[in-house]
Ligand binder design. Structure first.
Ligand code: UD1
Length: 363
């Protein structure tokens, strides 16, 4: 019997874990448990995704909630250690690059339990991003490194990871997109125009500095003269806008040029990405999803750990240069489209590959 514990905690983990979980389900030699750390706990940041993705209730919810990085990571570690001591799995599977990922990997590695990392090898080379620290450390202590693209393999080899630990399987997040695209649905937002720009922002570098946030929102406000702007707001960003002059608009008293909403569920957000004229974001996963959907994407970051999305996909990195953001949007409004391709193995079957390799390696 192979006992596998999956650990998820924050919104972008859920769509990566679902395909691996489903691919392992029903295999007679596998028993799996799902642990939710509770890093994200709002209904709109967590429960909605479990429901829409068809994921079962977690077997354990560690309910750690928010806190400083140290407090959150430490709390997850202390609570997760108890689960591992009681359950004694063969392997812990961790996803992506959030605090739950490194916390769980560290606990497992110290208990001598094998760690599998889904979405290994991505590097922004920007150590001011908490996620980059999480990626490097998680990969360093993982036994099975599942990469979404060849750059991940190159990065790991350059860091000295033995080749027999690295498995290029493709993109698990895209598996979920492929599975659910037919169920994507228009949100119930009557003012939504036919052509709109979809915006998401939550990175500390963009939202924690009031001047930068103001600069970005002023740019979005300019853009909204040509193209409606729809902005579902992450709780972190909402907290930063409280008490500023944007609060009036948040309350929905503005016209329809700038629409602010609560965070949306997976199926509605997927529909919006598919139909948007352009997506402006600082998220990692959205750079990948827009590449798959061939929707133009403008990334408000200086770097990305997902270079394939601009090398062959639809992504353009504009950093903090708002003039270049305006220029890119204008280009898209004029109808100019870049040629783009879907990366190899982003085909809806990455989770099956992970499952097959895990079973082979652990048998
Ligand atoms: C986390 C991840 C980030 C990921 C993002 C997706 C880390 C270091 N960061 O960032 O990589 O892209 O999730 O959303 O793990 N909050 C709520 N309700 C919630 C969750 C958070 O109100 O359900 C608020 C709290 O005020 C909290 C803040 O959002 O302090 C930040 O949450 P946290 O999980 O620390 O980081 P994210 O910014 O969500």
């Amino acid at each position: 019997m192979i006992k596998i514990v999956h650990v998820v905690g924050a919104r972008p983990n859920f769509m990566k874990a679902a395909p691996v979980y489903f691919a392992l389900r029903g295999l007679p030699q596998v028993r799996q448990l799902l642990v939710h750390t509770g890093q994200h706990y709002d209904r709109r940041m967590s429960d909605v995704f479990f429901e829409e993705l068809g994921m079962p209730e977690p077997d354990f919810n560690l309910a750690v909630g928010s806190g400083s990085h140290a407090a959150q990571t430490a709390e997850i570690m202390m609570r997760f250690e108890k689960v591992l001591l009681a359950e004694k799995p063969n392997t812990v599977v961790v996803y992506g690059d959030v605090n739950s990922t490194i916390a769980a990997a560290l606990v497992a590695a110290k208990l001598g339990i094998k760690v599998a990392h889904v979405e290994a090898g991505l590097r922004s080379r920007d150590l001011t991003m908490p996620e980059e620290i999480n990626r490097i450390l998680t990969d360093r202590i993982s036994n099975f490194l599942f990469t979404p693209s060849a750059d991940g393999d190159d990065n790991l080899r350059a860091e000295g990871v033995p080749g027999d630990r690295i498995f290029m399987v493709g993109n698990c997040m895209i598996d979920t997109l492929v599975r659910l695209l037919a169920k994507a649905r228009r949100p119930d937002t009557p003012q939504l125009a036919e052509r709109y720009a979809l915006v998401t922002l939550h990175r500390p570098a963009n939202v924690d500095e009031p001047e930068m946030l103001e600069h970005i929102l002023a740019t979005l406000s300019d853009i909204s003269r040509d193209l409606q702007v729809l902005f579902p707001i992450h709780p972190r960003t909402r907290a930063r806008l409280q008490g500023t002059h944007w609060e009036t608009e948040l309350a929905g008293r503005d016209g329809s040029a700038m629409l602010f909403t609560e965070p949306l569920g997976y199926l509605e957000f997927l529909w919006l990405q598919q139909h948007a004229a352009v997506v402006l974001t600082d998220s990692g996963g959205i750079q990948e999803e827009t590449t798959y959907l061939r929707t133009p994407c403008i990334t408000l970051r200086e770097n990305t750990e997902r270079p394939i999305t601009y090398e062959i996909g639809t992504n353009v990195l504009c950093g903090r240069d708002m003039d270049s953001v305006r220029r890119e949007v204008a280009r898209i409004v004029r109808g100019e489209k870049r040629q783009s391709f879907i990366p190899p193995l982003w085909d809806g079957r990455a989770g099956e590959r992970v499952a097959k390799i895990l079973v082979e390696q652990l048998s």
